[in-house]
Design a protein around this ligand. Structure first.
Ligand SMILES: CC(C)(COP(=O)(O)OP(=O)(O)OC[C@H]1O[C@@H](n2cnc3c(N)ncnc32)[C@H](O)[C@@H]1OP(=O)(O)O)[C@@H](O)C(=O)NCCC(=O)NCCS
Length: 146
């Protein structure tokens, strides 16, 4: 298994993996090829794919705004789970974010996605009970919840 930086040419394969997931949230704009292309252009060094026999089996999208690092849409294909692929993808992206001067990283997980919350707990990501997450849509988005 090899881990390498994600490129926009990986998009179709990665999108196929995301759409096979359960309990993850996507939308029609940010997760379109154009949306992911813009994200990778702004953050060319911090998103990774795991490759086995030329096929992508895992992905982590990560970037930063100069202050906070954010992790999105981490996914490992079913038969490859619990073999540390997720841990290795995460190590690569945290190292890459650190190299870019980022000190703190955040991510969102649906509350009903308990199994994956346990993964993040093990990786040291704590739940902030003192914060309400708020957002505002500037453009009408179509949610794609898997
Ligand atoms: C979350 C996910 C990426 C983890 O990938 P993975 O390759 O299976 O993770 P690892 O093998 O590196 O696991 C690391 C540790 O977390 C634990 N872990 C992983 N998934 C777990 C689960 N579902 N329930 C409980 N523990 C879990 C592993 O047992 C391991 O523990 P250990 O260090 O004590 O051995 C993968 O389960 C997945 O793709 N889930 C669906 C997508 C998703 O919901 N992503 C999060 C949204 S941002």
């Amino acid at each position: 298994m090899k881990i390498r930086v994600m490129d926009i040419s990986d998009y179709e394969e990665v999108y196929g993996l995301w759409m096979s997931s359960k309990n993850m949230g996507f939308n029609n704009l940010d997760d379109s090829k154009e949306g992911i292309g813009i994200f990778l252009q702004r953050n060319p060094n911090t998103s990774f794919v795991a490759v086995e026999d030329k096929a992508i089996i895992g992905v982590v999208l990560a970037g930063h705004d100069g202050r906070r690092g954010y992790i999105y849409h981490m996914f490992v294909k079913e038969p490859f789970r619990k073999q540390k692929v997720g841990t290795k993808l995460l190590e690569e992206c945290l190292e890459a974010l650190k190299k870019e001067g980022i000190h703190k990283v955040a991510l969102l997980v649906f509350k009903y996605n308990e199994a994956d919350s346990r993964f993040w707990e093990k990786q040291g990501f704590v739940v902030r009970e003192d914060i309400d997450y708020r957002n505002l849509e500037l453009t009408e988005l179509v949610r794609i919840d898997t």
